[in-house]
Design a protein around this ligand. Structure first.
Ligand code: FES
Length: 122
């Protein structure tokens, strides 16, 4: 068993991503049935689940805090780290975060997957 990242292309290029999420803006996309916030802070672009792990509010209606590099839920204003998903304020489970990468063919979001192998020597 090992963990792999499956990359899904979400934009054709970096400028499309920048147009989608300007600095300080949260926007959401649906990728493979999952609503995901794309957040642009001074530290880069981040992807985090839209559904707040505290009580289910849509975090894309919140705002981002550039200083702590976090997203702030609009309902109870808990802060969640955009890098780890952990709650920086309040008591809540961590939100799922997704890596973003780009290359000459597009911009991708990564989904961690557990891959089972029957080869015991791997
Ligand atoms: S629902 Fe998001 S902080 Fe409570």
């Amino acid at each position: 068993m090992k963990e792999e990242i499956r990359w899904v292309r979400i934009f054709d290029d970096q400028s499309e991503l920048e147009n989608f999420a300007a600095l300080g803006v949260i926007n959401s996309i649906i990728v493979e049935g999952k609503k995901i916030c794309i957040v642009h802070t001074s530290r880069g672009f981040f992807a985090i689940q839209d559904k707040c792990p505290h009580n289910g509010a849509s975090m894309s209606f919140g705002y981002c805090n550039d200083e702590s590099n976090s997203i702030v839920c609009p309902l109870h204003r808990y802060h969640f780290s955009l890098e780890t998903g952990r709650a920086l304020s309040g008591i809540a489970d961590a939100a799922r975060t997704y890596p973003i990468k780009s290359d000459e063919e597009g911009v991708y979001i990564g989904f961690k997957e557990i891959v089972w192998s029957w080869k015991f020597w791997e």
